[in-house]
Design a protein around this ligand. Sequence first.
Ligand code: GDP
Ligand code: GDP
Length: 440
Amino acid sequence: MTFTVAIVGRANVGKSTLFNKLVGRRLALVHDTPGVTRDRREAPGSLGQLSFTVIDTAGIESGDKESLQARMAQQTMAGVEDADVCLFMFDAREGVVTADEIVAQLLRKAGKPVIAVANKCEARFNQGGEAWALGFGEPIQISAEHNIGFADLIEALAPFAEKSESDEAAEEDESNKPLRLAIVGRPNVGKSSLFNCLLGSERALTGPEAGITRDAIAVRWEAEGREILLHDTAGLRRKARVAGNTLEEMSVGSTLEAVQFADCVVVVIDALQAFEKQDLTIADLIEREGRAVVFAINKYDIVPNRAGLISKMREKLDQSLPQLAGAPMIATSATTGEGIDRLLPAVLAADKAWNTRVPTATLNRFLEQALQRHAPPAISGRRVKIRYMTQPKSRPPTFALFGNQLKALPDSYIRYLTNGLRETFHLEGAPLRLLLRGGK
Ligand code: GDP
Ligand code: GDP
């Protein structure tokens, strides 16, 4: 699946002409009489290296009676509904007229990313001010008929194409690949015990030794239909043989190695001495490396007062590592086996969050609502303009925000958006990235 571009505008601005250029065949009738090619058309199109689906929406007649306008609006909106991004086209020679404003209003309501396109710019363009006032930023100047300005159009559309077909094929592969898992934590929290426990319970499920194979750095088995590769550091392995030996320490180097090996990392925390400096250093390392994370709050069996333990842990985590807020936390005991059965499902969920792809249209509906609830603050009198958002990649989920003066956004606002993304799209356990892009 590629992305979808809707060309939107009043009648006669040149939508069909651009549509034909993008589609590369003269599919549409191009006609000077307003309202001639009014059926919605959709076809595969391309521009430079980009390929996408193009929708040519109905135009809205200028100076028309309400019923017709309503019908046009309906058709236009149906096209917009299916699009990842809309090209709002107007005729640069005529400037912005009432019908353009009506279209612009519809588009604002739809909450889709909009790129303003001034067409018929082969001679000159002097409608900058009016077009700015529509709120879609500086228009891209093109001439659909004379193939002018297409490079700028490519640049503006590129963010929506970052998820190319080859990326998707690669992602498809990823979901069939084994889930790489590592268990880390400071010394003595119970890493090796949990490691053995996990393998032990798997062994119990699959029969003695069945399904579990060890290689140089990992043990491999299958759980819930997914192959798991559990990173087996020298330290864990040696201790796995000499049960009860707690002298071995996981050095910073081997923690880093384990984290870099993994897609998802279980951080083992001692329930009685939770979130000490070293725990936070390790969690922070995972966050920076962009791995999915699950916390095992271990030694649950010797916790004197269990009530509210996990919520207390959550509070501590939220305070000290807000970037990992909401990450799954499982109370475990390697001694009694309590909670071990919940560990793997939590890992699979965090991995799913880590791999999440949010469609552009959904993302921009989220953005619109978030902006409505809480407008970005004005910076030295000027409002920061946020225009749209895309998700260029997952693993970890990485979002790109486009607009003007985004660098001036305060951290609190970035956090507001990040928290909103995490909650709305169930990304708990995956560190999120938010890229700020200048845009025009
Ligand atoms: P639509 O109603 O928005 O689909 O507009 P059309 O594509 O049918 O174009 C309307 C008219 O504008 C036609 O006569 C086109 O030839 C003309 N047109 C389209 N693009 C350009 C352009 O870049 N420059 C000029 N001068 N005319 C154009
Ligand atoms: P590591 O250094 O993180 O690998 O920790 P170990 O797995 O070697 O465990 C350190 C000590 O804690 C050992 O004495 C374990 O028996 C003990 N231990 C590990 N997990 C638990 C647990 O869930 N409950 C209790 N009570 N003790 C545990």
